[in-house]
Design a protein around this ligand. Structure first.
Ligand SMILES: Cc1ncc(COP(=O)(O)O)c(C=O)c1O
Length: 393
């Protein structure tokens, strides 16, 4: 791959290139290029039989009635909210620490995102705070299964039932994670979404999937993703072109076939990191309800900064010098300028997101990460952290 020409694009797109261990790397064998080539040779490239096959297999894998493929995970959020009937003036509650589109999808429909603090255990919605944010204008809750850890759904289901709210699960990162060893993430609320960008456990390059057991919502989503066209050029409602293409679907089918294996490999790597950091109490490893309830889309540690004489950014910079790519997934949303009109939001309401923002760091974890690479990362992190340890008390 040749480097892009502008320095800005280079910084953004290729910031991990040249690192000894990148943050993520897609995992392909010969099947994906062969499947993509077959589609190209067939001459049928826009949504068609491969998308239908991908949807059917995805629904089967997730044990859900409907799967609707769309062009990416953010569009999946937007289409789902529109299908749920979200309109200007409505309020939609989302966590304050997540990828931006979990919250901005509602804004695209003219609704107001209401940001809710996270817990410092699972880094998902704090359900006590959530209850206090519900108003007569609240129409939906968007629980995000951060890092592939299924959020604590029962209190959210209870609140939604009590107040007549919809639940759109943002399972963009949570492929095959379960909730309390039972249903899959994304299939617990009214509707759920997945993303297939290259950092996710399975990828189609760009791509997304909506899942639901509700026939009406599924019909609405199918209409919305294709201009609201219910026949040939019969436009019944406002939709747009949100379709997935056939090449992406063909790649998705190959990736889906390996998904169970992929998640098993991620869990194995997460346990290896856990073991490496077990004796270093300045490093807090990711909490999990059970191994089945998390897929380790990310392996995010937090540092007990009171035990160290360095900030998280200093630690990340020193890791970068050792060739290890890391990132803060994600900063607090409430300070982002895009939400200026949606507040007022004040730091006082988000102590946990702010603590997370100060102390969290996601380490490289991906299917093809070798044990050699991983052990290098663990050794580098331990070296950096131990060089900043205050004397033990
Ligand atoms: C939690 C979460 N929500 C939404 C998205 C958006 O998905 P996409 O990048 O496919 O638009 C992502 C992925 O980037 C994500 O991690």
């Amino acid at each position: 791959m040749s480097a892009p020409s502008t320095p800005a694009a280079k910084d953004w797109l290729f910031r991990d290139v040249g690192k000894k261990v990148p943050l993520a790397r897609a995992w392909f064998d010969d099947s994906e290029p062969a499947a993509a080539a077959e589609v190209v040779r067939s001459g049928w490239l826009c949504q068609g039989p491969k998308v239908a096959e991908f949807e059917e297999q995805f629904a089967q894998t997730m044990q859900v009635k409907h799967a609707i493929a769309v062009s990416n995970g953010s569009i999946a959020l937007l289409v789902s909210l529109q299908a749920l009937g979200i309109k200007p003036g409505d309020e939609v509650i989302a966590p304050n620490m997540t990828f931006i589109s979990s919250a901005t999808a509602a804004m695209v429909l003219g609704a107001r995102p209401v940001l809710c603090d996270i817990t410092l255990t699972d880094y998902c919605l704090d359900t006590e705070r959530l209850a206090s944010l519900i108003t007569p204008r609240t129409k939906a809750i968007v629980p995000v299964h951060y890092a592939g850890q299924t959020a604590e759904m029962q209190p959210i289901l209870d609140l939604a039932q009590k107040h007549g709210l919809h639940i759109l699960e943002d399972a963009a990162e949570a492929h095959l994670a379960r909730y309390r060893d039972d249903k899959f993430s994304g299939t617990i609320g009214d509707i759920g979404i997945f993303s297939f960008t290259p950092t996710k456990p399975m990828t189609t390059g760009e791509g997304g999937m909506i899942v639901t057991d509700n026939d009406h919502l599924a019909d609405q989503c199918r209409l919305i993703r294709n201009f609201g066209d219910s026949g040939k050029f019969q436009w019944d409602l406002l939709g747009f072109n949100y379709r997935l293409n056939e090449v992406a679907a063909a790649v998705g089918i190959c990736q889906l076939g390996k998904l169970h294996k992929i998640i098993e490999m991620r869990r194995e790597k997460a346990l290896r990191y856990d073991a490496a950091f077990a004796d270093e109490d300045a490093i807090l490893v990711p909490w999990r309800r059970s191994l089945e309830d998390i897929n380790f889309q990310l392996y995010t540690v937090r540092f007990q900064l009171n035990k160290l004489d360095a900030t998280r950014d200093q630690l990340a910079d020193e890791l970068a010098e050792l060739g290890v790519a890391t990132r803060l997934y994600y900063p607090s949303l409430h300070k982002q300028r895009v939400f200026a009109e949606c507040g007022p939001f004040t730091d006082r309401d988000f102590p946990n997101s702010l603590e997370f923002e100060r102390s969290a760091l996601s380490l490289p974890i991906f299917t093809g990460l070798t044990f050699e690479e991983q052990d290098y990362v663990s050794a580098a992190l331990l070296k950096v952290v131990r060089s900043h340890r205050k004397s033990r008390t």
